[in-house]
Design a protein around this ligand. Structure first.
Ligand code: ATP
Length: 370
């Protein structure tokens, strides 16, 4: 998707050096983060990295061991969950099975004692927004997974929270429905202007949904950026490796100029030339990251003496839109290359056991120093 601009003058959530310990275990470690009004901010990370704990602290279900959380400028330390301008949609949607869709959505407003007529109007409005008007009188078991997910979303949004927290909101949906629902979520967010914080371990989901992503590892936020930043400019080996697939080559800086560097990698025959400078000590040990789609594969050798390798195709996976090739370099290292399947009947496609040349543009490698 086209990346949405984030208005950085309108900070809505501010997390200041927040740590959460459970006994000796540090689940969230010194996290500081600003989230702006109208964002879809994704907390992305592997299982157990602390995403849900951070979300639960925003909702007020857990208290930080140290640090502060401010929402709309207000310190949340003494504000109980039900008084926060926040609603949380849980991993399991937890709909009431014996109630209709309409009653499920109305429940929260009825609890608040809102007049009947206003409740009915807001529920109808919300069901319309999530396109479930026609299903108002069904029970949850008469709905598909995607429809149930939309009921849960309607139930969370009908209370008009300023901030909606979603924990793996699309986890129960199949791939196709998940993609469709991702776009619905984006539209909904744009329509209502609510700020969303979404926890997910699915990087594709984060890339599609997010205005910005916070990548978490072992309780810490290791990088924050737009999906493009995170993918194209990862700041560490961990992020490069966690997001998408990548070929990582350990090497040593041999030429360090303001506008270019050269790196020698043990597993590559030729030096890697990179058309931008980096900040690292001379002779530093660094890591070169090259995405599989940025490697060009051909039967003929490239013109340049740098940014090249050669080897034999040992595996091909046809994925429909692209094919993934595994190429074993002469030194033994296996490199992953992807190539788009532009033509339906490509007679000339590279096949198993063929000898191939690999090359990449000097702007493609990312040099990682940590
Ligand atoms: P997942 O994607 O698997 O849900 P997560 O990133 O959301 O993972 P959290 O649920 O935040 O992870 O948990 C972070 C760590 O804190 C885990 O190791 C978990 O076991 C631990 N933890 C969470 N809640 C508690 C608790 N109440 N008591 C003790 N340890 C806890």
């Amino acid at each position: 998707m086209a990346e949405k601009q984030v208005d950085r003058t309108r900070e809505y959530v501010r997390i200041e050096s927040v740590t959460k310990r459970f006994g000796d275990f540090v689940a969230v470690d010194q996290v500081s983060l600003s989230i702006y009004k109208g964002e879809i901010f994704c907390l992305l990370g592997g299982s157990g990295c602390g995403k849900t704990t951070l979300l639960r602290m925003l909702a007020g279900f857990e208290m930080p061991t140290s640090g502060r959380i401010l929402i709309d400028g207000q310190d949340m330390a003494s504000i109980p969950p039900y008084e926060r301008p926040v609603n949380m949609m849980f991993q399991s949607y937890a709909l009431f099975p014996h109630m209709t869709v309409e009653r499920n959505v109305a429940f929260g407003l009825e609890q608040e004692g809102l007049p009947k007529a206003e409740t009915a109007q807001r529920v109808a409005e919300m069901l319309d927004i999530v396109q479930l008007g026609a299903f108002a009188h069904r029970k949850p078991h008469q709905l598909s997974g995607g429809q149930r997910q939309r009921v849960a979303l309607a139930r969370a949004l009908v209370k008009r929270p300023k901030l909606l927290l979603l924990d793996e909101p699309l986890g129960a949906l199949d791939k196709k429905l998940r993609e469709q629902t991702q776009f619905e979520l984006i539209n909904l967010q744009e329509k209502l202007g609510v700020t969303f914080i979404v926890v997910t371990h699915d990087q594709e989901e984060a890339m599609t949904l997010a205005t910005r992503i916070g990548v978490m590892n072992k309780g810490q936020i290791v990088q924050v950026g737009t999906p493009t930043d995170i993918y194209e400019f990862p700041s560490s080996r961990f992020v490069a490796d966690f997001i998408g697939s990548v070929n990582l080559f350990e090497g040593r800086l041999v030429d360090d100029e303001p506008d270019h560097v050269r790196i020698r990698c043990g597993e590559l025959e030729a030096p890697v030339f990179v058309s931008h400078g980096i900040s690292a000590a001379p002779d530093a040990e660094v890591c070169v990251a090259i995405r599989p789609e940025k490697i060009l594969m051909s039967r003929t050798p490239p013109a340049s003496g740098e940014n090249r390798a050669q080897g034999v195709v040992i595996e091909i996976a046809y994925m429909g839109d692209v094919s993934v090739y595994l190429v074993r370099l002469d030194g033994g290292r296996v490199v992953r290359v992807t190539a788009p399947n532009v033509e339906r009947h490509a007679e000339d496609r590279i096949v198993w056991d063929e000898r191939v040349h690999l090359a990449w543009h000097p702007s493609s490698p990312v040099v990682l120093t940590n």
